[in-house]
Design a protein around this ligand. Structure first.
Ligand code: NAD
Length: 483
């Protein structure tokens, strides 16, 4: 297989917060990789803009060190020097006047102009307004914003309004890096590029769907931020919701931004309210020993969840009767993200009860080892009658497509290049984000009003016992969390 690199137009990309953690760890290493693959041609420029005062050379040095630290495999001193020669820096204050004139002078010209808001959301409105005031908000302009996009419906609406005051929705790119993952896009290819799956993709044939995003890390240094958020806001409302949408949506007429996003929105609007009995919240706690969530966030009274499992129903013709079980948490047994579509059993077994119970399961793995497999039932080889066994039809990309498939661009690489190309398909639209909050808010309000406490669970486990019960009461069980 020969990988294809499609050149993009010459661009200016301004990264507000260019000296920050996200820019150094993810955004600039991703741009460096695209540069190495030949996608950043001509005199495209990347301009760091942040509150600290640096020369362009100091910024270049900072970013070169960042690439070495965060992407050592791709680091090549000569290439990095070539790449950083495209970098410039402006000292800008989002809340004041410093640097704006200088920035406007640097980005003038007829080329794609993207502004990446890699700063706290509280600065989004001020940045949008100053871009407008200083004549940088024209039709060539695109803006990219990061999560968290709001804390609830009201704050998400306010952010949307701040951006809409100066930019059209077609200029706003809300990043959810889960959508940039190769497997997530492959999910759409498998669903809509094959005849095999779509006729079975409904409540008649699918028993249930499981979405698991398990992390082994705790809250780390983000304790203060995380404690105000919790697993529901930090993971379910955005990342798991996006996965759910792609799994459950109707086929869009075309693979085009608004066609795809319209279908996703319909799924979110069809989600039922989730009763308290269908939700399990947990907090990792090692019975007084470390690690302990309450110690990690420095608040012994915190009721924020570091784990959540829930049963979700979609009220439409396709999915009525087929629940989706979502589960995500920190300090779990293994780092793994997967979607499993569990099909129903055959209506009748011609092989008799001794052949056991078997189901087809389509598993879409986001990490580790991005790929898919389809569990099918076959005869166990050898004599001794008709014994059945489940085997995976492995669709791990690296094996099927050769070494090039291992070198697929990271989510940020793809998404940033989509911004430059002007393709919004893999970005969340404002109404999608608001609809997701409109679903999440009453659920969160519910446990806050009841004063529910999260259940403790052992670090390194699969979450609280009660999460197992959520499945058992429906006669189902979670798939194993394993690497
Ligand atoms: P950070 O604290 O490391 O960096 C913040 C950056 O913003 C710095 O460059 C700082 O100079 C700049 N800044 C702050 N106030 C400014 C002002 N008034 N004017 C101009 N620049 C100003 O933060 P980060 O971890 O890089 O995160 C940036 C944003 O991205 C946050 O909203 C965060 O929630 C989000 N995010 C971060 C990550 C991550 O992995 N770090 C992941 C997802 C989302």
């Amino acid at each position: 297989m020969v990988s294809r690199v499609i050149p993009v137009d010459t661009f200016d990309l301004v990264i507000f917060g260019g000296t920050g953690d996200l820019a150094r760890r993810k955004i600039l290493p991703a741009l460096y990789r695209r540069f190495c693959s030949g996608q950043m041609e001509g005199d495209s420029r990347i301009i760091g803009a942040a509150r600290s005062d640096h020369t362009a050379e100091e910024f270049q040095q900072l970013i070169a060190e960042g690439i070495k630290e965060f992407d050592p495999k791709a680091y090549d001193a000569e290439k990095v020097a070539e790449f950083t020669s495209h970098l410039d820096y402006v000292h800008v204050d989002a809340l004041g006047e410093t640097g704006w004139k200088a920035l406007a002078e640097k980005v003038s010209g007829d080329r794609v102009r993207a502004f990446y808001f890699s700063v706290a959301p509280s600065l989004f409105g001020a940045l949008a307004e100053r871009l407008h005031t200083h004549g940088m908000a024209d039709s060539n302009t695109r803006i990219v914003v990061e999560k968290p996009f709001g804390h609830d419906l009201a704050s998400a609406r306010a952010l949307n309004q701040d951006l809409a005051a100066h930019f059209d929705e077609s200029q706003v790119y809300r990043i959810d890096h889960y959508l940039g993952k190769e497997t997530v896009q492959n999910l759409m290819a498998v669903r809509f590029g094959n005849m095999l799956f779509e006729p079975l993709w409904n409540a008649q044939y699918v028993d249930h769907i499981q979405i698991t995003v398990a992390e082994t890390v705790g809250v780390g240094g983000r304790g203060e931020y995380y404690d105000k958020s919790g697993a529901m806001r930090d993971m379910v409302q955005n990342h798991l919701m996006q996965l759910l949408c792609l799994i459950a949506m109707e086929p869009p007429a075309r693979f085009e931004p608004d066609a795809v996003r319209d279908e996703k929105l319909k799924v979110i609007r069809a989600l039922e309210a989730v009763p308290a009995d269908d939700i399990v919240r947990g907090q990792y706690s090692a019975a007084g020993k470390q690690p302990n969530y309450l110690d990690d966030v420095g608040d012994p009274t915190s009721r924020t969840e570091s784990f959540i499992a829930m049963k979700v129903k979609i009220s439409n013709w396709r999915w009525a009767g087929t629940p989706l079980y979502l589960r995500t948490g920190k300090k779990l047994k293994a780092r793994t993200s997967e979607i499993a579509v569990v099909f129903k059993q055959t209506p009748h077994s011609i092989f008799g009860p001794e052949s056991g119970s078997h189901r087809n399961i389509l598993t879409i793995r986001l990490q580790p080892n991005e790929g898919m497999d389809l569990g099918v039932t076959i005869k166990e080889p050898g004599p001794g009658g008709m014994r059945l066994v489940d085997v995976p039809l492995d669709m791990t990309f690296a094996e099927a497509l050769g070494p090039d498939a291992e070198d697929v661009p990271d989510a940020y690489e793809r998404l940033i290049m989509d911004v430059i190309r002007g393709n919004q398909t893999l970005f969340m639209r404002g109404d999608e984000v608001e609809a997701a909050w409109a679903w999440a808010d009453p659920i969160i309000d519910g446990w806050e009003q009841r004063g529910d406490r999260p259940m403790p669970y052992d670090p390194g486990s699969t979450g609280p016992e009660e999460s197992m019960m959520l499945m058992h009461k429906d006669g189902r069980r979670w798939r194993e969390i394993k690497t």
